[in-house]
Design a protein around this ligand. Structure first.
Ligand SMILES: NC(=O)C1=CN([C@@H]2O[C@H](COP(=O)(O)OP(=O)(O)OC[C@H]3O[C@@H](n4cnc5c(N)ncnc54)[C@H](OP(=O)(O)O)[C@@H]3O)[C@@H](O)[C@H]2O)C=CC1
Ligand SMILES: CC[C@](O)(C(C)=O)C(=O)O
Ligand SMILES: [Mg+2]
Ligand SMILES: [Mg+2]
Length: 490
């Protein structure tokens, strides 16, 4: 295990790295020009590897894959992904020595081994890229000094990286150049061209740092993006079943509920999501979200603190060294939950009903997003990054649950995110036991069923003000505005 790079930096540089975040103007991009005619070899052909490779090739770039020997001889899924899509595939020895850009898209857990094998084969003055900075920041991987090291990190699951590109767009992306490895000062141009090749520049690119990406990415995935969705899914489903509701309906409400309510979030932030509720339901959801935030704050702070100090990565790496004992145990437990084993009814639930009968789910999203955003910002992460790692990405992860429940989410996300999701959920589920016991099906499953929807005006004004003036709404409005403008320019 290497030395945590972030912890070796003096405070001045830690703060400088954490606060690196600049929204890049579309005029700063010159398409894929800097990579035209260069040989790009992607190591690994999984969730990100396959989909980024397809986008880069469709953008006119020369893409092939290097897979480990066993994947090729065993015709594993990664080999099938690459060959069935018409890519050239070879071993490290065959592909890497002539590559100008090597993109490492293997699981984070494998990065130290992979880089130790890849690095000696790379030609002098080539470029090495990552889509997540864990290996550099948390494991302190030292890269040969002639190599440029960059990062292009889509703020999205791999499947959606491809879907958005096919729609002629992209997903917001963080790019960075490792301050220790930019010997010829060409890192930024290469990262910009790579981001453009994936379509990211059409959705918004933040020029950031390896450190800021790692600390924000880990926090987002552990809490709101995956941890809260898993926690909420299990608790909401169990509550409905314990209250005697139909299994098929409860299963459907939860499986598709996240996707439906966060679609409103995607278009108009927390404000629009909350506006989809009746006035009494909105006030109820607001109050539930305040209670949830009070309960979750110490847990969120612990996750953020453990990420910042390196305690989280150390603990996870210990689990890696222990044959993933915790990860595998938590994975099996998740697969064994009543929600995962239930079958959703065939009959559709009308779109508005997901809001009316899912008040608690709306409250969980509001609390989870705002708290993730606030906790990241209070730790020195810039608001734009915190927005992408919280509000922006929840709908994309929710789509995965709609496809095949928690199983699909945990398969598509990275191994690091899966571990962090279970870690959070493992504590968050029992933490909410008393809170859940005090609730009824009026907030999850059946709706408020009031005789009339009248509310106190003053209370409604207070609630609306609090929702609309939360800082995540301010930065979100600005960033969604940029995305809309870029989409219109296309
Ligand atoms: N999943 C996501 O949506 C996101 C991931 N990222 C980052 O992208 C990177 C890739 O993650 P992800 O796409 O989830 O990874 P996957 O788990 O989907 O990719 C696995 C790929 O790596 C190969 N692989 C596995 N083990 C090894 C090994 N020991 N040596 C060489 N190759 C190996 C597999 O091939 P085989 O086993 O057949 O050899 C397969 O092709 C990570 O850094 C992650 O943090 C960033 C944003 C989102
Ligand atoms: C949310 C999980 C993620 O960070 C991602 C898809 O962005 C990952 O590591 O998979
Ligand atoms: Mg991420
Ligand atoms: Mg991640």
């Amino acid at each position: 295990m290497g030395i945590n790079y972030f912890n070796t930096l003096p405070l001045r540089l830690q703060l400088e790295e954490l606060s690196q975040c600049r929204f890049m103007d579309p005029s700063e991009f010159n398409g894929v020009e800097a990579l035209k005619g260069k040989k790009i070899v992607i190591v690994g052909c999984g969730s990100q590897g396959l989909h980024q490779g397809l986008n880069l090739r469709d953008s006119g770039l020369d893409v092939s894959y290097a897979l480990r020997e066993a994947a090729i001889s065993g015709k594993r899924q990664s080999w099938k992904n690459a060959t069935e899509n018409g890519f050239a595939v070879g071993t490290y020895e065959q592909m890497l020595p002539t590559a100008d850009l090597v993109i490492n898209l293997t699981p984070d857990k494998q990065h130290s081994n992979v880089i130790e094998s890849v690095m000696p084969l790379m030609k002098k003055d080539a470029c090495l890229s990552y889509s997540h900075g864990f290996n550099i920041v948390e494991e302190g991987m030292q890269i040969r000094k002639d190599l440029t090291v960059i990062m292009v990190a889509p703020k999205s699951p791999g499947t959606e990286v491809r879907e958005e590109y096919k729609r002629g767009f992209g997903v917001p992306t963080l790019i960075a150049v490792h301050r220790e490895n930019d010997p010829r000062g060409e890192g930024l141009e290469l990262a910009k061209a790579y981001a453009a090749g994936t379509g990211g520049h059409k959705a918004g690119v933040l020029q950031s740092s390896f450190v800021a990406e790692v600390k924000s990415d880990l926090m987002g995935e552990q809490t709101i993006l995956c941890g809260v969705l898993q926690t909420g899914a299990l608790l909401c489903y169990d509550k409905m079943i314990d209250s005697g509701m139909d299994e098929g309906y409860a299963s459907k409400l939860v499986q598709y509920g996240w996707e439906t309510v966060t679609e409103a979030l995607k278009h108009g932030g927390i404000t629009n999501m909350m506006d989809r509720l009746s006035n009494p339901a909105k006030i109820k959801a607001f109050e539930l979200s305040q209670q949830l935030k009070a309960l979750w704050t110490p847990l969120y702070n612990k996750h953020m603190d453990d990420i910042m100090t390196g305690t989280f990565s150390k603990t996870m790496m210990e689990d890696w060294a222990n044959d993933d004992a915790n990860l595998l145990k938590w994975r099996a437990q998740t697969q064994d939950t009543a929600f995962e084993k239930s079958t959703s009814q065939e009959a559709d639930i009308p779109e508005q009903e997901y809001f009316d009968n899912g008040i608690l789910m709306v409250a969980m999203i509001k609390a989870g997003v705002e708290l993730a955003f606030d906790t990241m910002v209070s730790a020195g992460i810039i608001a734009e990054s915190a927005y992408y790692e919280s509000l922006h990405e929840v709908p994309l992860i929710s789509n995965l649950i709609a496809r095949k429940k928690l199983y699909e989410m945990n398969v598509v996300i990275s191994d690091t995110a899966e571990y962090g999701c279970y870690l959070f959920s493992h504590t968050a589920v029992p933490l909410l036991k008393d809170f859940m016991a005090g609730l009824d099906t009026d907030v999850i499953g059946k709706g408020l069923a009031l005789e009339d929807n009248s509310v106190d005006n003053i209370r409604l004004i207070q609630v609306n003000d609090a929702i609309r003036n939360h800082p995540v709404e301010i930065v979100g409005k600005k960033l969604r505005g940029y995305m809309g403008a870029m989409k219109a320019l296309r």
